[in-house]
Design a protein. Structure first.
Length: 281
């Protein structure tokens, strides 16, 4: 292994570590990806995670300056083919090797910058714009990895990947109402007043998510086996999270963050292992 290979390996390990430290559930599910896919998914996760942390966590710092620096460093890494930021270096390698379109990355960065402004009273158009850039395009980046250069398969599976990304994001919005609305003064859902969050408001959102899930599941069944199990694991986790949210009163969502228990996560993971061994998916 020469020194450049060592550097590339170090950068990949950094992205893997970000995945493991920030999301144990996603990291566990990622073990179900085939080895040739796994590192690329870590690389994508690391990139979107750091951008997300800038807008959601670094409250004591100049977020606008941090995001501008992150974006400029990304463009420099892409143009030069190398970066001393290991997360950006790894992501740009994946973008280059898997031909991830630039417009997907730009849409993601646009949504992250939307979070730096005022997210309140979004209309339907702005809501869809945010969902597309913050979640759907991440699913499409991963899909580029899954299909490994097969453009026909990418186009066929594209709408299902977008539905799954949208479902995940909308569930995150419901789960994180307390942090988003109370702490960050954000209201993502159009025509919803969280000072008077009703049962009907909640049901309407849940029904919308259920439609996304129903559509996404069709596409999951068509994925290559190298990615199908891991994606289905993520689907099952979020589906269980939605069920818990459905059983939670609207007013409680404003005071607590709903999660799936570790025991339930382990059960779901074991279920996927059995399905894998019995070739049931």
């Amino acid at each position: 292994m020469n020194n450049l290979e060592i550097f590339n390996s170090f950068c990949g390990l950094s992205s893997k570590m970000v995945t493991e430290k920030y999301s144990t559930s996603f990291y566990k599910a990622s073990s179900l990806f085939h080895a040739e896919i796994r590192q690329h998914i870590y690389n994508i996760y690391g990139f979107v995670r750091l951008a997300d942390e800038i807008v959601d966590t670094f409250h004591d710092y100049d977020k606008i300056a941090l995001m501008a620096d992150f974006e400029n460093s990304y463009h420099s890494a892409k143009a030069n083919g190398i970066s001393l930021n290991p997360i950006l270096h790894s992501f740009c390698r994946t973008q280059r090797e898997k031909n991830i379109p630039q417009h997907l990355v730009e849409a993601f960065l646009h949504s992250m910058k939307m979070d730096l402004g005022e997210i309140k009273d979004l209309n339907d158009e702005k809501y869809k714009e945010y969902i597309y850039g913050s979640a759907e395009v991440v699913g499409l980046m991963c899909l580029k990895v899954f299909v490994n250069g097969n453009d026909e398969e990418y186009e066929r599976l594209k709408p299902y990947a977008q539905s799954l990304g949208a479902a995940f994001q909308k569930i995150n919005f419901l789960r994180d109402i307390n942090a988003d609305f109370i702490d960050l003064n954000r209201t993502y859902f159009p025509n919803v007043d969280f000072t008077n969050f009703s049962k009907q408001d909640k049901i309407t959102i849940e029904n919308d998510i259920a439609k996304d899930f129903e559509h996404a599941k069709i596409g999951i069944k068509m994925l290559p086996i190298s990615s199908k199990l891991a994606v289905f694991m993520a689907y099952k986790y979020y589906f269980n999270l939605l069920k818990k949210i459905k059983n939670t009163k609207p007013e409680l969502l404003l005071t607590k963050r709903i999660s799936v228990s570790n025991a339930r996560k382990m059960y779901l993971f074991g279920e996927m292992i059995v399905n894998k061994n019995l070739n049931l998916l």
